[in-house]
Design a protein around this ligand. Structure first.
Ligand code: NAD
Ligand code: DAU
Length: 355
């Protein structure tokens, strides 16, 4: 999909964490594109994330649900999109353990509705179109102490969330093989950065440290994740969308593995400095709690394909990214207060057994 021409691009889930960074990048970098952000505004979607670009002439927000097939067909007919960048999803593993069906509905049925609309409405014009499914490294299951996920690693998902993402990846591929739908998929490691909803490890712990609440580390804390700054993921999505090969998959990762407990201790140290608190005081908040069922031991990405073929690599070191992230949360306490009011409190009390 060449850059530079006028294009109508549908970005789904653009009010969420990663989606909002992708929308901002596309709206500002490609003024000739029309960017339509479709989002149902679930608990994870927040238009405050896009306040700075909401009046841009090339940006339109549509509130709607990808599980509604009739609505999706109408939207495709109305806009005649050239490309879709599909990020809308239920994205939190712990919630998928409590309510797996919600993940099937949005991540599988919702993706199917988009695929069906693209297949039917694009069918005589596949040459100029592209369906991009933004997926996760969790579809590969878990690694042991060594090894990396490559694009040819077999799918072996362990949580209802990763099973639903694996299923939607398979459907995207099947539509490519069966109907010739032009697609590209990327599977990315753990993101962190501004606007991350405080149910995920880094923003949850930043919020709890600010409030001097306990830091619930699952199990022994010796689980490993590969962390990537969200803006570097958005840069990779831009490259894959425009230059990735048709029917190709790209793994995206941070070259940045951390055991949870080491990351949490580093975060505590940085937060003590930023908040001018006594050294070691945040670490005292660490509490080991009941493990997550089916907890994957380790994720780590081999991102050499996207590096060699598209020239992508992370631009921000973990030290820089974490410092920027902490600063953002300290400067945006109103955002944090807004997203942690109401339903968040019920979720938190149930998830962490707070009475
Ligand atoms: P998020 O939970 O922050 O945002 C999801 C967005 O989708 C929200 O704005 C929500 O309102 C919207 N949404 C949910 N259900 C919808 C529906 N039925 N119809 C329309 N909109 C709906 O998620 P995120 O962390 O930004 O992740 C975005 C995508 O990237 C997901 O597909 C996720 O699987 C994938 N991903 C995330 C990570 C990560 O570390 N967060 C890593 C790799 C891949
Ligand atoms: O790998 C990519 C995936 O990363 C994305 O596809 C998911 O959408 C995203 O949520 C993320 O999944 P994880 O389960 O790895 O992220 P989470 O932040 O929930 O957890 C990171 C690690 O921290 C994991 O080992 C579980 C642990 N953890 C998490 C929470 C919320 C804790 O120890 N305590 C907690 O309270």
């Amino acid at each position: 999909m060449n850059e530079g021409l006028n294009k109508k691009i549908l970005i789904t889930g653009g009010a969420g964490f990663i989606g909002s960074h992708v929308v901002r990048l596309f709206v500002t970098k490609y003024p000739s594109y029309q960017i339509v952000n479709l989002d149902a505004l679930t608990y994870a979607g927040n238009l405050e994330n896009l306040k700075d670009i909401e009046s841009a002439p090339n940006y339109t927000f549509v509130k709607g649900d990808i599980t509604d097939g009739t609505f999706i067909n109408e939207l495709f007919k109305k806009y005649n999109f050239d490309g879709v960048i599909h990020l809308a999803a239920e994205s939190h593993v712990d919630r998928s353990i409590e309510d797996p069906l919600a993940f099937v509905k949005t991540n599988v049925i919702g993706t199917m509705n988009l695929l069906n609309a693209a297949k039917d409405i694009w069918k005589n014009d596949y040459e100029r179109k592209r369906f991009y499914h933004v997926s996760t490294d969790e579809v590969y299951g878990t690694l042991g102490e060594s090894g990396l996920f490559t694009e040819t690693t077999s799918y072996d998902p362990n949580s209802p969330y990763s099973a639903s993402k694996a299923s939607s990846d398979h459907f995207v591929r099947a539509y490519g093989e069966t109907y010739g739908l032009p697609y590209v998929i990327s599977n990315c490691s753990n993101n962190y950065g501004p606007n991350h909803f405080p149910e995920k490890l880094i923003p949850l712990f930043i919020n709890n440290i600010i409030q001097k609440k306990s830091l619930p580390v699952y199990g022994d804390g010796n689980y490993t994740r590969d962390w990537l700054y969200v803006i570097d993921h958005a840069r990779a999505i831009d490259l894959v969308f425009h230059r990735g090969g048709n029917h190709e998959t790209y793994n995206i990762g941070g070259f940045n593995e951390w055991k949870n407990i080491d990351l949490v201790k580093t975060l505590c140290k940085l937060m003590d400095e930023k908040l001018d608190r006594k050294s070691g005081s945040s670490e005292e908040l660490i509490t080991y709690v009941k493990d997550r069922p089916g907890h994957d031991l380790r994720y780590a990405i081999d991102a050499s394909k996207i590096n060699k073929e598209l020239g992508w690599k992370p631009s921000v070191t973990f030290e820089e990214g974490l410092a920027k992230t902490i600063d953002w949360y300290l400067e945006n306490t109103a955002w944090l207060a807004q997203v942690t009011s109401g339903a968040y409190q019920d979720y938190y009390e149930k998830q962490y057994d707070v009475s």
